[in-house]
Write a protein that binds this ligand. Structure first.
Ligand code: F6P
Length: 545
């Protein structure tokens, strides 16, 4: 079934939300907390080992009810069914969107063109399992008979960001294999990585759904050339693996069939880490941990599919984000994990969220008359506190922020963890409460400032507060909880795409630049320069001089 095509601004709920916004927009979070001492627990959801506190948002129960009414009115329920059932909801590419099938359970049935794809998924999982076991145990050897010490993932976008983010996030669970990632077409990237490697003990995994991506193919060919300076053509079979849907191109590249891992066109690049695209994850942390990641995601899938909207973590977080994006006019959202392990989490979600919902044409093919995709950014706390938090606290922009933290630290350093988490809790409290003129005044008086000095300093020291945050507090960073956390954001993307009436699973917006780059490469490599605007022409002439 096709997704509904409802312009959200035409719904009853949207109109009610607009009125509600006019009436409540001046209310300070401080007032809401003062009015209801149970607010913290009332606007919290406990799911498995996740506590999601959304009480520090500019909402009342009425806001939540209306947002959920909006979700109903745009047909979210039937859309979720279409998503999980494998309907062709990536309509502009005529494809299903089934990354959820990659973490399905063995007995599940997910039909694509009338065929259950779960057995195929499990076949590939088995192959990932035996391949990663063989490499980790040292049974699989390089061309001189040595065991592998290093793995290089060659890919870009979804074929890089997921594996990088997860291997960083699960570093604690890592084995002896060193993992490297080559993504940028910038030759300095690949050459920097190559200079640290021994061709005898390095395994290369070329990951490209299409196997036509310029960056990945250029890097793979450069690496192959480097490898062949040390080994012979026949040794490629021992050192190169590929993950792709494009068997023909893999054959052209010369990768042995036993090292080829299939993918499917019903898995979008930015949602593909659960497939063999995650091979470098399985190699880095072992298959069982990779499977743990999948099972956490699967649990979140079940929750998203079954929980009533009011208790549904992805739905609630998605609708809160709609509230700020479309009613408060907030343009960006920050995601701040309080663990160094999640240092690539925001970068990963930038692709997931912005490539999906950065659209301005609705599902009926018309320009939207409302805002869509949010701009995502963030870095781990506490580093971000010493970098850009000033702007969140006292700048002019409204930046709803997700705080993600863990009750337990992995190395068990209680002293550090208590300090880290004290900052975690302090920030959302500070952002919510701020500091009033009166509070600043009495603080400065306490410091013995004269009335005159106090008046000068006062405005700079006031914090307005009323800054919205969500707190996601998880027991421990494990493969399972990480899988669930990623899946939570994936489903948030889906919900927002449905509300905004856009197609979240294509990415035509990246094509134009790719096409132009091809022509410009010819301008750079050939003697003349083709037709360009005066700026581009001038720049190219300068570059070629
Ligand atoms: O940036 C566009 C894009 O198509 C992404 O969606 C994808 O993750 C990336 O390029 C890499 O594509 P491929 O895996 O086909 O090399």
């Amino acid at each position: 079934m096709a997704l509904p095509k409802v312009n959200p601004t035409t719904t009853q709920a949207w109109k009610k939300l607009q009125n509600h916004f006019t009436q409540t927009q001046k209310t300070h979070l401080r007032e809401l907390f003062a009015k209801d001492t149970q607010r913290g627990t009332k606007f919290s959801m406990q799911w498995e080992d996740f506590l999601v506190d959304f009480s520090k948002n500019r909402i009342t129960q009425e806001t939540v009810d209306l947002l959920l009414e909006l979700a109903e009115e745009v047909g979210l329920k039937s859309s979720i069914d279409s998503y999980f059932k494998g309907d062709l909801i990536n309509q502009t590419e005529g494809r299903a969107v089934l990354h959820t099938a990659l973490r399905a359970q063995k007995e599940d049935e997910v039909l694509v063109d009338g065929q259950n794809v779960v057995p195929e998924v499990f076949e590939v999982k088995e192959k990932i399992k035996s391949f990663s076991h063989a490499v980790i145990s040292g049974a699989k050897k390089g061309f001189t008979g040595k065991a592998f010490t290093d793995v290089v993932n060659i890919g870009i976008g979804g074929s890089d960001l997921g594996p990088v983010m997860v291997t960083e996030a699960l570093k604690f669970y890592k084995n002896h294999l060193n993992t490297h990632f080559v993504s940028n077409v910038d030759g300095d990237h690949v050459h920097e990585v190559l200079k640290t490697l021994d061709p005898e003990t390095t395994l290369f995994v070329v990951v490209s759904k299409t196997f036509t991506t310029q960056e990945t193919l250029s890097n793979a060919l450069t690496i192959k050339k480097w490898f062949l300076e040390h080994a012979s053509e026949g040794d490629i079979a021992k050192h190169f693996a590929a993950v792709s849907t494009n068997q023909e191109k893999i054959d052209e590249f010369g990768i042995a069939q036993e090292n080829v891992f299939p993918m499917w066109d019903w898995v979008g690049g930015r949602f593909s880490l659960w497939s063999a695209v995650g091979l470098s994850i399985a190699l880095a942390v072992g298959y069982d941990n990779f499977d743990g990641l999948l099972s956490g995601a699967n649990q979140m899938d079940t929750h998203f599919r079954q929980a009533p909207f009011a208790e549904n973590v992805p739905v609630v977080l998605a609708m809160l984000s709609v509230w700020y994006n479309n009613f408060y006019g907030a343009e960006t959202e920050a995601i701040i994990p309080y663990t160094q392990y999640l240092n690539r989490f925001s970068a990963y979600l930038q692709q997931g969220i912005m490539e999906s919902n950065g659209k301005s044409v609705d599902r009926a093919g018309k320009r939207t008359n409302y805002e869509t995709g949010t701009i995502i950014w963030g870095e781990p706390g506490t580093n971000s506190q010493h970098a850009f938090f000033q702007l969140i606290h006292q700048g002019t922009k409204l930046i709803p922020t997700d705080f993600i933290g863990f009750k337990e630290s992995l190395h068990g350093d209680v002293d550090h963890h208590n300090k880290l988490m004290a900052n975690f809790f302090a920030q959302t409290e500070a952002l919510m409460n701020g500091k009033t003129r009166e509070e600043v005044k009495s603080e400065l008086q306490g410091q013995g400032l004269s009335q005159e000095e106090l008046e000068v300093l006062l405005p700079f020291k006031v914090f307005e507060g009323n800054k919205p945050t969500n707190t996601i507090l998880i027991d421990k960073l494990t493969p399972k909880s990480l899988g669930a956390l990623i899946a939570l954001y994936e489903h948030k993307i889906f919900v927002q795409g449905i509300v905004w009436n856009i197609f979240s699973y294509d990415q035509w917006g990246v094509e134009l630049g790719k096409q132009l780059a091809k022509n410009i490469l010819a301008d750079i490599e050939n003697s003349g320069i083709g037709k360009h605007d005066s700026s581009t022409l001038h720049l190219l002439q300068h570059f070629k001089k």
